[in-house]
Design a binder for this molecule. Sequence first.
Ligand code: PBG
Length: 327
Amino acid sequence: MQFPDYRPRRLRQNEGFRRMIRETLLTVDDLILPLFVIDGKNIANPIESMPGHYQYSIDNLIQQTQKAADLGIPSVMIFGIPDKKDSLASRAYAKDGIVQRAVSAIKPKFPELVVITDVCLCQYTDHGHCGVVEGHVVDNDSTLDLLARTALSHAKAGADMVAPSDMMDGRVGEIRDALDENGLSQVPIMSYAAKYCSAFYGPFRAAAESAPQFGDRRTYQMDPANAMEAVREATLDIEEGADIIMVKPALPYLDIISRIRDEIDLPVAAYNVSGEYAMIKAADQMGWLDGSRVMMETLTSIKRAGADMILTYFALEAAEVMRNSQS
Ligand code: PBG
């Protein structure tokens, strides 16, 4: 059928029709809120390049988590900022580490909420790399044990799911084994399988105080030019026992989300990262964009590309928009 017999505008003429033919529905169930936690009491250090986000002490983290729960957001992801850094990231897997304490404080208060922890060493190493450094090389195999210990300590503290973001080879299998050997076979692994070496992480590194002190992350994070390799990474992680596959960042990698969705039969998560958030917030503050509408359009595009869940700093705001549009 062709014009004038077929007229696509017929089904766009009012909101009723538009609702009936809408292909992608973003809901609050799709959202995961990332939160930063730091030592101390009653602390909320603003993160300059991420307006509306703070480094929270555990008491304030609980309040923020309450907001997420009240809005019906099903899940939060916890990032820790440790009191001390050293070459072996010892505060990453310490029983009384910041994430471990945060999780054990939150979990009993929010039994229904899925509490995910980021498993990586970069916030905890004095050199800021995601693994153990030998000379100027990030050593893969000696990092694996530390990652497994970190994940295990999070799960023991009560984390519902662990999310390794380091991009070392073989870490998913190592973490799966550690969990299983310790009676934690029920704890799923959300793998940052296709994590690109991206300049969009800039604001996060300021927030988490995790910028590498020398070099960059190109020897472990993926080259932004590669797509096939993302499928290979995801396949490896599945063979090692991943339960959810993540693509990160989201917006510049919608093609990767779509491709992983087509080729992989596990749930797919997308991380709408700090730089994506900062761009929209900055343009909104300048009056150059309608931030709220661009936020909803962005999140819808990530869902349309194939993400089953979206980690986003917009989670609270987007959940509010959705709630208000229902009432
Ligand atoms: C740690 C980690 C990073 C992010 C999540 N986990 C940063 C990095 O790889 O340097 C980025 C998240 C964001 O930008 O919002 N490995």
